[in-house]
Design a protein around this ligand. Sequence first.
Ligand code: FRU
Length: 500
Amino acid sequence: KLYQEQHRPQFHFSPAKGWMNDPNGMFFYKGEYHLFYQHYPDKTIWGPMHWGHAVSKNLTHWENLPIALYPDSLGYIFSGSAVVDWKNTSGFGINNQPPLVAIFTYHNMEGEKAGRGDFETQGIAYSNDKGRTWTKFSGNPVVKNTGTRDFRDPKVIWDEAHKQWVMSLAVQDHHEFWVSKNLKEWENSGNFGKEWGNHGGVWECADMFPLKDGNVTKWVLIVNINPGGPNGGSGTQYFVGDFDGKTFILDEALKPFVKNGNGLWLDYGKDNYAGVTWSDIPKADGRRILIGWMSNWQYANIVPTGVWRSAATLPRVLSLKSTSQGYRVSVNPVKELQALRNPAKKALQLSNLNIASSLDVASKLNFKPTLSELELSFEKPQKGKVEIEISNSKGEKYIIGYDSENNTFFSDRTKSGKVDFSDTFAEKVHLAPRLASDKIIKLHVYFDVSSAELFADNGETVITDIFFPNEDYTKMKINTSEKNFKIKTLKVWNLKSTWK
Ligand code: FRU
């Protein structure tokens, strides 16, 4: 049965069948969170790209809808965004309802095969029926290419201060900004990035948006990059600064941290890529919500799943965090996920517990940790490691934790089960520097059959990794090499499947 196969995530979005990569075109309209995604319905490998589609009323339960956009004579439908055109600037609206407008990249395979440099252009499509059907604009492409091979992934926002649409576009080794009054005619207004950040690979999937810290408004620029990620392959870096209506201006305070190839990373795991944020979240809500693709181009096409390939990350809220070294972005799971905590299975709650070297958590649970959420806090150890280990009866295990030796969080899937399908999948333990300096360390982790997501120190350091045990992990332990280790608090919830 669909959604019950081995390795199938139970509270993450994944396509019923076929291939998925980047999340695309997310917006909120009339009570629905829309999620589109790079999709090849016919095979479980990357191919002719469509936009798959799903909606949710609560960011946890997803309903699959028919494919929204099919490839056509202009090309495959690559990544992009969608907006509610409230003022009908595009003129696509009917019956006094705002049109929904999608802005995406056309990738022309013939052009690419012919060795041309202008095969990526931007097109638009609109919907007048709550996103159920989409009509491509007859004047496509709306942004032509003047000869740059990588020229894609338009992410559009409404800029209220300048009464204009702003498109962030990924162009090989930088991001470009294009502005428009009507979503049809666009003008390049500025560029950013050649001299800053990580350039280990091509810049893809841009996003730029304001975030508030009290009365201060800062602009965050997201740059997905492949390869060049912090633990290899694809990854997501970001910058904090301002937007002057034309271009992004990097904060002075951040410059030391994003020069000479260094980047700030939204996630240190290997499996959070191409993440961008929802458009049109109501003002009263005010959140900036991101979702990523929970895989990595190093091995995405060969992970050992059945009728589908890839899932999305959990939806996450981005917030600004003021530090002595400038602004940083913290990332935390959306609060809606709390509704997945299963009231039928009593949660475990412990506090002030001394551990010699290992605590058998599973023996204290009246459920299996296969689908679980865990919160653990402890005082920063003097020397040792603190590990959360989940494992199965075959001796396969996945470990996530903190290592005081080098002040890093880590994720170890080297013995997690099926790892041989790729040389890069389990070549090393993934490390993530601890940015916070509080005495108490807090780990917040979600386990969902084949993935772990760690939000450490209230989202200051994040790790997302996938794994494929031959049999589900049903055991859970907390291990430590620290003498006199004491758990301050531990909570473990059983989470419900959203697909049953
Ligand atoms: C990122 C990406 C995008 C592109 C899409 C193609 O993962 O390479 O740049 O639009 O995937 O599927």
